[in-house]
Design a protein around this ligand. Structure first.
Ligand code: AMP
Length: 396
């Protein structure tokens, strides 16, 4: 998918009411305190730019899963306080989304002022992308900016529906995601190496299929590798396996060969006698895992093959851990891949989720070209699917 969308720099927001969809879905403790401000901080460049241009900024987001009902537990009030602190201006908090409070505050905003609407998911119409709800939401503003990449794969009212009623452009976060990931997929610096891991083949069917059209080498590690090993006749003991995906794995192995894509599947494994942090462990050939044992990490030979491939890459895309990295003793493989990517000169892109946390936890964040802000959205992007929250924006 190639996107060439207008951004906030292509519009004149001076004096205009601008509805900005952000991803303020922040983690909170049991008292409602925000435990990581990362998503709020990430949204600041777009908000500050709009304020500096004299826009009247109307922010909106979802938070958690209130299932279409008003629930104070999922109120965005703490986010408004956090935003006020970072922006140095009072961000006015509405008591509703499209009700009298939202309308009154939106109507009284002055140039360079900002407000935050309540959680859009307090309305069940949000996730249904109800056109009437989208129209009401849009009626608060004169322009729409989407900057919530993490929600861009969802066709909801605030992420896509409103674009039918307002001129719609992207903010800096979405602009960065689509330019870096779009360039990697469509015009990569070669060799282009993709690394996939994690538990399930079935989550990544489309991704594997699409990446085989694009990459020079595809690396498969983590739990999903065992389905590929078994598909080739290996003995995988009690390791994860999706029996109904064995044919698919064989098809992908054939596709890689037909396309001349180098397919690297783990060759050895760190196996455990139970699924536990303190399990007995040993290293075996990946196709000779004894019954009663399961592969929970890639072995040393695999680490060396995979890191070698990363070292020679021009572009690396990584999604999914190489093992059960939550258990310290089975985290070596994931750490080694993270380190190899951080040390390489390649353009490096990490999908959201577990691989992103691993990279951050190890302190490699600053040495990665791009860590996507959306797990699900980045996977769908790599799959070549159209993201409704981006497709709805105006083309340049
Ligand atoms: P995913 O959400 O598909 O990216 O999978 C992430 C999860 O896969 C993590 O929680 C890992 O613990 C798990 N995982 C990775 N490798 C293995 C493995 N060999 N066996 C079981 N689970 C694994």
């Amino acid at each position: 998918m190639t996107y060439n969308k207008k951004s906030i720099e292509d519009i004149n927001p001076q004096g205009k009411r601008v509805l900005v969809r952000c991803d303020f879905n922040v983690p909170q403790d049991e008292n409602g305190n925000i435990t990581s401000e990362k998503r709020i901080v990430a949204s600041l460049p777009t908000i500050k730019y709009l304020l500096s241009k004299g826009a009247r900024v109307i922010l909106c987001s979802h938070l958690g899963r209130p299932k279409g009902e008003i629930n104070p537990k999922y109120s965005l009030k703490p986010v408004a306080e956090c935003l006020s602190k970072h922006l140095g201006i009072g961000v006015k908090m509405a008591e509703d989304v499209i009700g009298s409070s939202a309308k009154a505050i939106a109507g009284s905003l002055k140039d360079g002022e900002a407000m935050l609407l309540e959680n859009v998911r307090f309305h069940k119409e949000e996730e249904k992308n109800d056109p009437e709800f989208a129209r009401e939401l849009a009626s608060l503003a004169e322009l729409y900016v989407n900057d919530a990449f993490g929600a861009a794969h969802r066709a909801h009212a605030s992420t896509a529906g409103v674009a039918a009623y307002l001129p719609a452009v992207c903010g800096y976060l979405i602009q960065k995601e689509i330019s870096i990931m779009g360039e990697a997929l469509n015009n990569p610096k070669r060799p282009f190496v993709a690394i996939l891991g994690g538990a399930k083949v079935s989550d990544k069917l489309g991704v594997i299929n699409n990446l085989l059209e694009k990459v020079d080498a595809l690396i498969i590690g983590g739990g999903m590798a065992y389905t590929f090993v078994k598909a080739q006749g290996g003995k995988i003991g009690n390791s994860l396996c999706e029996e109904d995906k064995l044919d698919y794995a064989r098809d992908m192995i054939k596709k890689a060969a037909d396309k001349g894509v180098k397919l690297l599947i783990s060759s050895d494994a760190v196996v455990a006698d139970k699924f536990s942090a303190d399990a007995e462990k040993k290293v075996t050939d990946v196709g000779e895992i004894p019954d009663g044992w399961m592969g929970l990490d890639i072995g040393p030979e695999t680490v060396s093959t995979f890191t070698e491939a990363v070292r020679g890459a021009g572009t690396v895309v990584w999604n999914g851990p190489m093992g059960v990295f939550e258990f310290e003793r089975f985290a070596e493989g994931t750490k080694a891949i993270a380190a190899a990517i951080a040390e390489s000169d390649a353009i490096s892109i990490i999908g959201g989720g577990d691989s992103a946390s691993a990279v951050k936890k190890l302190g490699f964040e600053g040495r990665i070209t791009h860590i996507s802000t959306g797990g699900g959205a980045s996977l769908e992007f790599l799959e070549g699917l159209e993201l409704p929250g981006i497709a709805c924006l105006e083309d340049k």
